[in-house]
Design a protein around this ligand. Structure first.
Ligand code: GUN
Length: 292
């Protein structure tokens, strides 16, 4: 049974658009893109296009690959001080000569729609309310809740320990009373650990998981995106080695997110929800959706 992120994302975006129009809401998202990373350029273009479609103003600040750290810090400071700007997103990855930690520390936590700053990450870690929840984990939770996947008491195994997905996902799952294990590239006996999971969240970006490594009728959330040898988009699940077609995969799992059309669109919807956050409780908007 599919966890249809594309369909749910569409519903959420439609609600946001109506909400913005009805209440004449003015929001302005600034996206900073440094360098020429092809994937980042596509992500940024999609974010801008989606924001504009909803009536959210969006400015992309493109800086060259050789931008000095000092210049990037100045750019962020200007955005912090600009009252018209309500959200700031610095697209990752940054070029290697720039200290990523220094940059995220410079963002005003009240405009930190990614939940990257120490203040927001720290609040998340102590179980307090950050100004914003991190977009991908928040999108995954909205998707699981929409499909009424139980979380409390379940064993959630997260593969990947990134600041963007793995670590905040673990915090948010703990807050929902799941038992959480984080695995990564140095984890021993990965297969034995994955086998004990009720929910697997894989955020690696390589085809590292085979279906038969995962317990029958568990839930699989595939965050990874890469291209196979034919250039086709694929997730972390190497389902072709165990099954002949995706229908067989669907019947093996209790629930599964497709790639594309699962976590990706939910991440965009979640970012758009964050740009509204002062105006609308994400929880109440989603409850409204879930009751439909
Ligand atoms: N690069 C990949 N994912 C993300 C994200 O969620 N936010 C930012 N800022 N950069 C990213």
């Amino acid at each position: 049974m599919i966890l249809d992120g594309k369909a749910l994302s569409k519903k959420i975006l439609e609600k946001i658009k109506i909400y913005i129009e009805k209440n004449n809401i003015k929001r302005h998202l600034a996206v900073v893109l440094v360098g020429n990373d092809t994937a980042s350029k596509i992500y940024v273009k999609n974010k801008k296009k989606t924001a504009e479609m909803l009536g959210i103003k969006s400015t992309v600040i493109e800086l060259p690959e050789n931008t000095e750290e000092k210049i990037l810090l100045e750019t962020i400071n200007k955005l912090n001080q600009d009252d018209d700007i309500t959200g700031i997103l610095v697209q990752m990855p940054l070029p290697p000569h720039i200290n990523k930690e220094k940059i995220v520390c410079a963002i005003d936590p009240k405009k930190d729609v990614d939940c990257f700053t120490p203040e927001n990450v720290g609040k998340l870690a102590i179980g307090a309310e950050p100004y914003f929840y991190p977009v991908t984990p928040q999108g995954i939770l909205i998707l699981l809740d929409y499909y009424k996947v139980p979380i409390e008491g379940k064993h959630v195994v997260i593969i990947g320990r990134s600041n963007i997905v793995g670590k905040p996902m673990a915090q948010m799952m703990l807050k929902r009373n799941a038992t959480v294990t984080i695995c990564h590239s140095k984890t021993k006996n990965l297969e034995n650990i994955i086998k004990t999971a009720d929910i697997v969240i894989s955020a690696v970006g390589k085809k590292v998981v085979r279906c038969k490594m995962v317990k029958y009728k568990s839930v699989f959330v595939d965050v990874g995106i890469s291209r196979d040898t034919n250039g086709k988009l694929t997730g972390d699940l190497n389902w072709e080695s165990d099954f002949n077609n995706f229908d067989e995969v669907l019947s093996y799992f209790e629930r599964i997110t497709p790639v594309p059309g699962g976590v990706g669109p939910m991440t965009i919807a979640s970012l758009m929800l964050n740009t509204l956050v002062e105006h609308v409780s994400i929880l109440s908007l989603c409850t409204e959706l879930f009751l439909e």
